[in-house]
Design a protein around this ligand. Structure first.
Ligand code: URA
Length: 431
């Protein structure tokens, strides 16, 4: 097989055969395909696309590049969830315990954040003592004893994706639906998810800015799940405004704990319960219990506390608080029309909540708290957003990010173009 022939075939709009795909990915991981050759192939894929069969083969090749986990020893239904990422997206924290409280196990391997969206592990690491890294044996024990585990994916899982994603990041080839879908699904399938619910975010704070792109990505991932025997359903959900009222690691943990305590912002509760019900449905139901009840009756909170303890965390320890805060007041009275998700994500990131490079540390206490959401009445001079950081020198750049991100209608008209919170459901015909 010759790498240049494979690149030329895709460059000219051809369909790669399975042997070519398996060979090129295997050779890339071994170092026999050079980075510049893979960069050229990734660009050809971005420009020419791939058929469903090619995407399935590409995904399979990335799965085979590493180990595949298997939870069958658990002897009970397992379901996973993946979000394409957004601002204030702390859903996993209450969702995994709520589903486990309904009798279905949730093994979730998560990542750290890059750029303006936060990562679930960064959020959980704000809890004193909590550690992200578990051995497969510790994961299995936690799943058996607690029912849910959220931890870091090991190095051995889809190593081809790790290498390729780093390359795509620096070659302008991230934004290819076949490459995004195969990247996400290779990791999820290698993690041994028997069933999977995808939360595909749509809007300024998300990867996918439009419903059409999000629908295409969701459809591609659902088809990949079906092709690999993993029952997969996707929900498109709104990310034109932040989810909930907190963006930033410890601030989001605190908000998730409110949800686990039966309270919390209505949008966070609604997305949590909707996704949890989908997760239970993919594996045939939750022993008659509804996740909304699990949040109300304390059983999800009980799983959360045991889940945090199982990973060395102290669920009763105070969360880190930023040394400095800065209030952004409403400039006029009226109704908040727009509070842009991307701008809030960038502000939180600049305050220290996110990282610009993989190697960077994040601040557990930095972030932004919103005092109003689109549609709420606001009064001139009252705080609209509070910025949190340990380093006040970061305030000016965070404030710059908010320029033009907030619109208030003094006449009282609410927003007319907000996306519905749950936009649509994407499933294979039979699902
Ligand atoms: N997340 C992933 O894991 N892979 C992509 O390609 C994009 C987002």
């Amino acid at each position: 097989m010759d790498t240049v022939d494979v690149i030329r075939a895709k460059r000219d709009g051809g369909e790669l055969i399975a042997e070519q795909i398996h060979w090129v990915i295997d050779a890339y991981v071994r170092g026999d395909v050079a980075e510049e050759q893979m960069a050229a192939l990734a660009m050809a894929i971005l420009l020419r696309g791939m058929t469903r069969r090619e995407i399935a083969d590409w995904t399979e090749a990335m799965i085979r590049s590493g180990e595949r986990m298997d939870w069958s020893a658990l002897g009970r239904a397992c379901v996973d969830k993946h979000s394409t990422g957004g601002v204030g997206d702390k859903i996993t924290l209450a969702l995994a315990p709520a589903v486990a409280a309904c009798g279905v196990a949730v093994p979730q391997l998560s990542g750290r954040g890059l750029g303006h969206t936060g990562g679930t592990l960064d959020k959980l690491e704000a809890i004193p003592g909590w550690r992200a890294t578990l051995t497969p044996e510790e994961m299995l024990r936690t799943l058996r004893e607690v029912g849910a585990v959220v931890c870091a994916a090991g190095e051995g899982l889809a190593p081809a994706d790790r290498k390729l994603y780093a390359l795509r990041d620096v070659t302008g080839t991230v934004e290819s639906i076949p490459l995004i879908a195969s990247s996400i699904m290779s990791k999820k399938i290698a993690e041994g998810a028997g069933a999977l619910v995808l939360d595909v975010k749509v809007g300024s704070g998300a990867f996918m800015k439009t419903r059409d792109d999000a629908r295409r990505l969701a459809g591609t991932m659902v088809a990949l799940g079906a092709d690999h025997g993993v029952r997969t359903v996707a929900l498109l959900t709104a990310m034109d405004r932040p989810l909930g009222r907190a963006a930033g690691n410890a601030l989001e943990v605190a908000e998730a704990v409110e949800v686990l305590d039966g309270g919390g912002p209505a949008d966070v509760v609604a997305v949590t319960v909707t996704l949890a019900r989908e997760m239970l449905a993919t594996v045939g139901g939750g022993h008659g219990k509804d996740p909304a009840d699990a949040l109300r009756d304390g059983s999800a909170m009980d799983v959360w506390r045991r889940m945090v303890r199982a990973q060395g965390g102290d669920p009763d320890a105070p969360l880190p608080r930023a040394r400095e805060t800065h209030h952004v007041p409403a400039p006029v009275s009226g109704t908040l029309r727009r509070l842009d998700a991307y701008a809030i994500g960038v502000a939180a990131w600049r305050l220290g909540a996110g990282r610009a490079r993989k190697e960077d540390d994040v601040s557990p206490s930095a972030g932004a708290v919103l005092h109003a959401k689109p549609g709420d009445p606001v009064r001139a001079g009252e705080p609209l957003v509070t910025l949190h950081t340990d380093e006040p020198g970061r305030f000016p750049r965070a404030l710059e990010a908010l320029d033009g991100a907030i619109e208030i209608d003094p006449g009282g008209a609410g927003p007319d173009d907000l996306l519905p919170l749950v936009i649509e459901r994407v499933a294979e015909q039979s699902a």
